[in-house]
Design a protein around this ligand. Structure first.
Ligand SMILES: C[S@@+](CC[C@H](N)C(=O)[O-])C[C@H]1O[C@@H](n2cnc3c(N)ncnc32)[C@H](O)[C@@H]1O
Length: 245
């Protein structure tokens, strides 16, 4: 049973105090191949998913946006190219991932890269207009704590967006995807990133992540209103939205 002292790291039960380090170890090991692996594993589709997220966000001039678990900064960099008046805060716990992001040629002055934990954000209450957590919530040790922090730092009228791998709600896609996740992803990790275990973790962590309705309920419990989710590719990826009134 998972209780307050234990958490899942992939499909293994570990002490809560160990999980963050184990996850960070994964990202330390894959940071140099992270972007390449995303392109290969998703057949380039992660770029379309990120574009769809940005389209849904409908960001306005001069808004403040936090992308937590930004990794190498794809989403924030795209937003800054679309609107240079937006203040973008790119936060991640992993220095290697941030370093790879910062080294991308962007020329954008509205990007602020910061080494922070989603579970304890160093921002005052009611600060951001938009909050993004993309393919990160699955990796966080205390999901509820991270969601509460998102609510705290959003202004009234602010919007929460989570993009994450989710439960496939289409049988045809699920048959193909199950096999792809279990076998192909770790194999690609072994051949390309030279790290089978990191990509085995990716695959297992997707299976362990709560399904769409459970996340929706968590968002409602925290206080978000007008919550909904949008499945992409039959639920392989899902975007949850919540509104803070
Ligand atoms: C799969 S990557 C996603 C990167 C990027 N958001 C994207 O969509 O490509 C997950 C990122 O979340 C970060 N992360 C995991 N736990 C975190 C935490 N508690 N606080 C901040 N970042 C965290 C990892 O370091 C990693 O860079």
């Amino acid at each position: 049973m998972i209780n307050n002292l234990s958490k899942k790291f992939g499909n293994k039960k570990v002490l809560k105090s160990q999980k963050t380090n184990l996850v960070q170890n994964v990202f330390n090991n894959v940071a140099n191949k992270y972007d390449l692996m995303n392109d290969i594993m998703s057949f380039g589709m992660h770029r379309l998913w990120k574009n769809e997220l940005i389209r849904l966000m409908n960001i306005q001039n001069n808004q403040k946006v936090l992308d937590i678990g930004c990794g190498t900064g794809d989403i924030g960099i795209k937003i800054s190219k679309l609107n240079s008046s937006v203040s973008i805060f790119l936060g991640d716990l992993n220095l290697s991932m941030l370093e790879y992001g910062k080294n991308k040629k962007t020329n954008n002055k509205n990007l602020n890269w910061i080494n922070i934990n989603a579970e304890k954000l160093p921002f005052k209450n009611n600060f951001f207009d938009k909050f993004i957590i993309s393919f990160c919530l699955r990796n966080v040790t205390d999901l509820k704590k991270a969601l509460k922090e998102s609510y705290r730092v959003l202004k009234s009228g602010g919007e929460f967006y989570c993009m994450e791998f989710s439960k496939v709600e289409n049988d045809f896609i699920e048959r193909f995807y199950k096999n792809y996740k279990k076998n192909a992803i770790p194999l690609m990790g072994k051949l390309i990133a030279k790290n089978k275990n990191a990509y085995k973790y990716l695959s297992e962590s997707i299976d362990e992540f709560p399904k769409q309705d459970v996340i929706l309920k968590e968002l409602n419990n925290i206080g978000y209103t007008e919550t909904f989710y949008l499945n992409l590719l039959g639920g392989i990826v899902c975007i949850h939205k919540g509104w803070k009134i």
